[in-house]
Design a protein around this ligand. Structure first.
Ligand SMILES: [Zn+2]
Length: 341
């Protein structure tokens, strides 16, 4: 062979190898794609079968506020995640346990292998709130603890009754009285750490920073967690409009969605006035009711001596009129004001 011919042959061989290589490559790729597609179809069929096997134990439930129902996605073999469309109406935990928060309708959804399984949830008022005629009074004290709290606790103890304290971090020297209150069977709830309207109602972040601070403070001092809240000024306050439009609407929904319950009052002792009203005035306002469920607002800051002095008469009135004294931490009574901001 001549040198030229040799070179030509080599070129042809190289071209042939390249062509075969490319074709072979395509062939392998096509085969791999085919395999992949088959595997994908098989996997999709497997997932579809699993999804079809999974069945909700209920596709519609009705529970009371604070009532629970355990939803299950029977037949599910892998991870199921649960979510609620409106946590202010019903919450759901990672095991599918639904808890009623406030009256209304919402949807709880199980998600399994990317498929959604919706459940209609209706939350109704607890039976106890549909007036059962039973008389119950909830004595509540805001803005403490303070040195006056010790006197309040003495009076409660002497009368064998309990109250609910919505506390702040304003008087840290008196903080131990929160522990005494809990140890003696009273309930402690969060009012806010600072009680500074301007701060807590300026933003949701501020409110929750403050709330977390008071909740931690309560836990640190009493050893117990609390889930009950009272908003400064009540949920119906209008002062918050000055700092953030619509904030009470958001906060009331968010605290419920986070698993807290907030309590307003349906009777005020009027003791928030300045200067402090007389004992007679406080007793009159605190007992001027025919309601069967009374959530009574009082204050136990250091300035409220007349409240302390009025308390024995207030307790006597409710005892004489056949009321049972209860605390709000495990109560079915939910006293919510109308939201005005
Ligand atoms: Zn207050």
């Amino acid at each position: 062979m001549t040198g030229k011919k040799k070179t030509r042959n080599v070129v042809w061989i190289i071209v042939a190898v390249l062509v075969l290589g490319v074709l072979g490559g395509f062939g392998i790729k096509a085969y791999k794609d085919y395999q992949k597609e088959e595997a994908r179809k098989k996997e999709a069929a497997r997932i579809k079968k699993l999804q079809e096997q999974a069945k909700l134990n209920k596709d519609q439930i009705s529970i009371e506020i604070r009532g629970t129902y355990n939803l299950k996605l029977n037949g599910a073999e892998g991870r199921v995640t649960w979510s609620s469309a409106n946590g202010a109406i019903a919450r759901v935990d990672e095991k599918g346990v639904v808890t009623g928060v406030s009256e209304g309708n919402t949807v709880v959804t199980a998600t399994y292998l990317k498929k959604k399984y919706p459940v209609k949830v209706t939350v109704t008022m607890p039976r106890v709130m549909q007036d059962d005629g039973k008389k119950v009074v909830y004595l509540t004290f805001d803005d403490g603890p303070s040195p006056k709290t010790a006197q309040v606790l003495d009076i409660l103890k002497n009368n064998g009754v309990h109250a609910t304290f919505f506390v702040t971090g304003m008087d840290l020297k008196s903080a131990d009285l929160m522990k005494r209150a809990v140890d003696e069977g009273n309930a402690v709830g969060a009012h806010t750490y600072t009680h500074d309207y301007k701060y807590v109602y300026s933003s949701e972040n501020n409110y929750f920073d403050d709330l977390n601070k008071i909740l931690k403070h309560i836990k640190d001092v009493t050893g117990k967690e609390t889930k009950i809240i009272r908003f400064p000024g009540g949920s119906s306050n209008t002062i918050s409009r000055k700092y953030s439009q619509g904030i009470m609407t958001k906060l009331t929904q968010e605290v419920l969605a986070k698993g807290y319950q907030y309590y307003d009052w349906n009777l005020s002792s009027g003791d928030a006035e300045w200067p402090a009203p007389s004992v007679e005035s406080i007793v009159h306002q605190a007992t001027n009711t025919k309601q069967t469920k009374v959530v009574l607002l009082m204050h136990d800051t250091n300035a409220k001596q007349t409240t302390v002095d009025a308390l024995p008469q207030i307790i006597k009135f409710y005892k004489d009129n056949g009321y049972e004294f209860r605390t709000l931490d495990n109560s079915d009574i939910i006293s919510h004001h109308h939201i005005n901001n």
